[in-house]
Design a protein around this ligand. Structure first.
Ligand SMILES: C[S@@+](CC[C@H](N)C(=O)[O-])C[C@H]1O[C@@H](n2cnc3c(N)ncnc32)[C@H](O)[C@@H]1O
Length: 366
């Protein structure tokens, strides 16, 4: 089965897109920017209003830029607003059906590429969604509150966050083996970590995000766009280039994937209770998910319930998230107190605000 990427953008969007620059418009132009420079940092003014926290979370907008996204994210410039703390827990978990016609998923999407992976241009998604009245309405809420995080409402999955690239680098450097592994991209957002695992021949890859809009508008399109052979050898290593406008879709790859939205405790219940065939994960990959200590309990329990007893978690995080209060050291302390997992720092990225890759495993495994 083959399909053609459909980039039928409405006229208005197309006009507005011109302001994004040449590379935003075409998938094939994205091919030219396969270096890690496909993203840039988010830098917003910090309001002095009470109750508005600032933090050094650094999301990379999926807009075409040329600079290195990681190097671009210096802590002093990367502050974004986050609205007042409120516990998440209102979003019930559900599984998302994969549409039969995969090409529909890519309609009105503009793709870019980074490190050999496709991802949707977030500005175009935002434009499309902000014109629609949408059930979750996270785009309008995020724009109107000038925030990349609205606790309990929107948890940041529309953007690609810096540590995703750190973890991708680490997985490559460590030559992580995915063959026959069941993998969870936890708090997936764009889903690049899960897509990497899929490309490296994982047996199954599950994607989870808090917001269903993120799964439908970002994660699913990204996975679909990467499940092509680029007109080549039947693998998915090369995305379609300028010469290969028709991408050959590989349905078997999509059949390895499942998509879920909802709060972590709810997700865990859905997998354990509503899913007789569920087998625990060999690998859980998670990036920039420990910014809020209020979520640690749910995160810890979800991992302990869903990870195979010999499984491993690879977690990427900044040292500290100003304003929200989470970070690597406070998370490790929490884990230590619970006494279920052991943690090991496997990589430190010492640029600006230090970032870490942490490995977690059960203390008692076979
Ligand atoms: C800052 S975003 C990071 C997205 C992506 N991993 C990345 O690095 O680009 C944090 C992600 O964690 C997930 N998340 C945060 N808190 C959550 C919660 N309490 N329940 C479920 N998911 C949550 C959201 O889905 C969100 O996409």
């Amino acid at each position: 089965m083959s399909f053609q990427f459909n980039f039928s953008i409405e006229e208005k969007a197309e006009n507005e897109l011109e302001t994004l620059g040449d590379t935003a418009l075409q998938l094939e132009s994205a091919q030219a920017s396969l270096n890690p420079g496909g993203s840039t940092k988010k830098s917003k003014e910090i309001s002095s209003e009470e109750n508005v926290h600032k933090e050094s979370l650094c999301a990379h907008e999926a807009t075409p830029k040329t600079a290195d996204p990681v190097a671009n994210c210096s802590p002093d410039k990367s502050q974004v607003q986050v609205l007042p703390k409120k516990r998440a827990g209102f979003i019930v978990a559900k599984e998302h059906n994969i549409p039969e016609d995969f090409s529909k998923v890519l309609e009105n999407k503009v793709m870019e590429a980074v490190q050999g992976l496709y991802y949707v241009n977030i500005s175009v998604v935002e434009m499309t969604l902000s014109n629609d009245s949408h059930e979750e309405d996270i785009v309008s809420k995020s724009i109107s509150s000038h925030s990349d995080l609205i606790t309990g409402i929107y948890e940041g999955g529309l953007k690609i966050w810096e540590c995703t690239f750190d973890l991708m680098d680490y997985l490559s450097e460590a030559e992580m083996q995915f063959i026959n592994k069941t993998v969870l991209d936890l708090g997936c957002g764009a889903g690049l970590l899960g897509i990497l695992a899929l490309k490296r021949k994982a047996k199954k890859v599950h994607f989870q995000d808090y917001n269903h809009t993120v799964i439908d508008e970002i994660t699913l399109p990204n996975v679909v766009a990467n499940c092509t052979d680029g007109g080549g050898d039947g693998g998915i290593s090369e995305p379609p280039s300028k010469k290969h406008k028709k991408a050959n879709f590989i349905p078997a790859l999509m059949s390895k994937c499942r998509f879920f939205s909802g709060e972590w405790a709810e997700f865990s219940q859905l997998m354990l209770n509503g899913n007789k065939l569920f087998s625990k994960y060999d690998l859980i990959l998670t990036s920039e998910t420990i910014y809020n200590p209020d979520y640690y309990s749910a995160l810890h329990d979800t991992i302990s319930e869903l990870l195979d007893k010999n499984g491993r978690v690879y977690l990427a995080s900044k040292a500290h998230y100003f304003g929200v209060g989470g970070g690597v050291h406070i998370f490790e302390k929490f884990i230590e107190e619970r006494n279920v997992f052991r943690t090991r720092t496997v990589k430190v990225i010492d640029e600006g605000l230090t970032r870490y890759i942490i490995e977690m495993a059960f203390k008692i495994s076979s």
